[in-house]
Design a protein around this ligand. Sequence first.
Ligand code: 6GU
Length: 264
Amino acid sequence: MTLQVDVVTIFPEYLAPLGVSLLGKAQERGLLDVRLHDLRTWTGDIHRTVDDSPYGGGPGMVMKPEPWGRALDAVVAAGGPAPAPRLLVPTPSGRPFTQEMALELAAEPWLAFACGRYEGIDSRVLEHAGDRMRVDEVSLGDYVLAGGEVAVLVVVEAVARLLPGVLGNAESHRDDSFAPGGMEGLLEGPVYTRPPVWEGREVPAVLQSGDHKRIARWRRDGALRRTAQRRPDLLAGLAERLDDRDRAVLEQAGFDCPPGAVAT
Ligand code: 6GU
């Protein structure tokens, strides 16, 4: 199965990295099919205008609805009788994009992205699109980018690496920090490779012991400490799944343990 991805943008060249490395290979293998479209194709004036000043005043410019309406019509029409794609609209005012959403999107046959620039796209475009396809506004996090193109790179990479056959076994996503049943919502701890001593720093002896049970426990300890330090919000959500040893590790490292389940 191929995941088709259509991207409408005023900067198609911004998406060139989708042809490189893992995603480039996925496209060569027919697992991913990225189609880039220049929004200005669907402008109607000599200046190929895509923006205008906002109703109600305020700074910046808003993307005009007509080119977007025609662009989305053309993308959907090119699919023939296929059900319309899921439309994703990157914006700092969207819902947070998560690994859970990446897994959900990886199960779709067709995704379309509308890249806004300036202060965003006239809201009626997304309302109108919502009459014929699922529309999700998504945000990467709490900071502001200049446009949606970088967010498309992020979302497509996060989704494509989940497609069957894109990753080799060696790069399996089973242990991803945010994979359900993988690291169980903990951040991955530190990793090492050869040489055993570098710049006077030794690889922890336990990792060279061959004792897989001890290694697994050591890794979990590192993941717990790192998560407590960097993402206490994640740890709080895991309280119910921490055992006594987990709690001891965290207390010893000077972290307050999230309270466990209260018996009823
Ligand atoms: Cl998805 N788009 C833009 N323009 N800025 C962002 C973002 C998206 N996510 C965080 N900041």
